[in-house]
Design a protein around this ligand. Structure first.
Ligand SMILES: C[S@@+](CC[C@H](N)C(=O)[O-])C[C@H]1O[C@@H](n2cnc3c(N)ncnc32)[C@H](O)[C@@H]1O
Length: 229
């Protein structure tokens, strides 16, 4: 995967003002302090695209009664938008306590009481097995890829973190659950489609990608296809 999060300067939302927060190197995205500082100043930013661009796909695949976990919500309003569409059993999580605090205040001011917000590390999800019907992330797994190195010989640390994330997601998803990953790049796909002789020990995942407006992809992962890693 290319360092997709270097793409922050690509205009994606007219009201997004990201340039003042863009770090000098993409590696900074791995630093939790960066996110805390950013979220202390920035009120709203949507990575890649906002909900309107993939709403039709979300509503097609997430029944309104689903329990939904959002991983790495930042200050996105993805959950607010899903809530407005009737998906109310949502848990928003992020590693940044500042982001979570602001999300809680925002949701409370809107009266969206059913949405929970809490600090959680996507590499060590603090939920019981088989808790959620759906897990969604937008641009969060991409953070792990900023130091992935050569796509044909990825950094072992990156592989180990991606495995931890996917295994945790697999664990807390119900058996027929759905993981939706909205990503700029093609990180897990590039790793999982390596020639068999060079394959890495990632969980087996079936990825489907849909092209959105010629530049973005929505990966739909059937957890039924996923084996214990
Ligand atoms: C590129 S931003 C995406 C934010 C939001 N999902 C969006 O679409 O605008 C990445 C987010 O991942 C969060 N993050 C980074 N490492 C994390 C981790 N280990 N666990 C949970 N969240 C993490 C950051 O705090 C940040 O909010």
């Amino acid at each position: 995967m290319p360092n997709s999060l270097t793409m922050e300067s690509v205009p994606n939302q007219r009201d997004n003002k990201s340039d003042s927060f863009a770090p000098s190197t993409a590696l900074t995205y791995l630093d939790p302090h960066y996110w805390d500082e950013r979220f202390s100043e920035e009120e709203h930013y949507e990575w890649f695209k906002d909900y309107t661009h993939f709403r039709h796909l979300i509503l097609q695949h997430i029944p309104r009664s689903s329990s939904v976990l959002e991983v790495g919500c930042g200050n996105s309003q993805l959950s607010d938008e899903m809530y407005k569409d009737g998906i109310k059993n949502i848990t928003c999580t992020d590693l940044s306590p500042i982001a979570v605090d602001k999300v809680q205040k925002r949701l409370s001011s809107k009266g969206y009481k059913e949405i929970k917000a809490m600090v959680a590390d996507m590499l060590d999800l603090p939920f019981g097995d088989e808790t959620f019907d759906v897990i969604i992330e937008k641009g969060t797994m991409d953070v792990l890829f900023v130091d992935s190195g050569d796509p044909w010989n990825p950094n072992p640390v990156t592989i180990s973190k991606v495995k931890a994330m996917l295994q945790g997601i697999h664990r807390v998803l119900k058996p027929d659950g759905l993981f939706i990953s909205i990503s700029f790049g093609q990180g897990t796909q590039s790793l999982s489609t390596r020639p068999p002789s060079e394959s890495v020990a990632l969980p087996s995942i079936c990825l489907f990608q849909e092209e959105l407006e010629g530049e973005d992809y929505l990966f739909r992962t059937s957890i039924d296809e996923m084996e214990d890693g």
